[in-house]
Ligand binder design. Structure first.
Ligand SMILES: [Mg+2]
Length: 221
């Protein structure tokens, strides 16, 4: 007999791999950004192991030291490149079949829901145009100053949902989501419906691992 989960006032979900199937080519993004940086004479050694958003930020900072006038153009080109890949992935991706029933079921049980993602807003809306009918807080990277794993991203969602971290759960398929929840003080649930293996999630020490997010609904107290 497994213990019931919650009760929670709010649950915040990651998007890609948690509520939707999306195959974003992160390797192509990082190659593209490195090529842009290298074309501008930015040393790529120190940035090549970073995640793509942090890579863009670090490259812009390095460029800004000597040629601040070129930073806006670089940022515009990098954003166009990344969004092009994200929107292409969204067009060939899909929301998981159980995502709408899950969010509607939580609403029926008076649990407020939010979605936070490092993806761009238009890619998410391509897959989930009626998102506003299903959750009360949707914050893409375009909507916040500091994206996850910075706690600001989750805290901003919790503020919109009117919940304290201790009254909430963070659900995601990536160790970043688990570390974010732990750092912020929510309950943390890792799901195996995305791109991380159980071992990778376990290293981030989630409170619980489930096969997929919809299981939460059956297990709520
Ligand atoms: Mg994800």
């Amino acid at each position: 007999m497994t213990a019931p989960l919650g009760p929670w006032k709010a649950i915040v979900f990651d998007f890609d791999g948690t509520l939707a199937e999306l195959n974003i080519d992160f390797a192509a993004m990082r190659r593209g950004v490195l090529a842009l940086a290298s074309g501008l004479g930015i040393p790529t050694g120190p940035i090549q192991s970073l995640h793509v958003l942090e890579m863009i930020e670090a490259a812009a900072a390095a460029l800004g030291e000597n040629r601040p006038g070129e930073v806006p153009g670089f940022l515009r080109d990098a954003r166009t490149l990344v969004e092009g890949i994200e929107i292409a992935a969204a067009e060939s991706g899909a929301l998981f079949q159980q995502t709408r029933p899950l969010l509607a079921g939580l609403r029926d049980r008076s649990v407020r829901t939010g979605i936070i993602t490092r993806n761009c807003r238009s890619a998410v809306l391509t897959l989930f145009p009626d998102i506003g009918q299903y959750c009360q807080a949707f914050l893409s990277r375009d909507d916040v100053g500091r994206v996850k794993p910075h706690p600001d991203h989750l805290m901003a969602a919790l503020a919109l949902l009117g919940a304290e971290p201790a009254e909430a759960a963070m659900v995601g398929d990536h160790p970043i989501d688990i570390r974010l929840g732990r750092r912020t003080g929510t309950y943390t649930i890792g799901v195996l419906s995305g791109h991380s293996r159980r071992e990778d999630l376990l290293e981030a020490e989630p409170d619980l691992i489930l096969a997929s997010a919809p299981e939460i609904l059956q297990r709520l107290s």
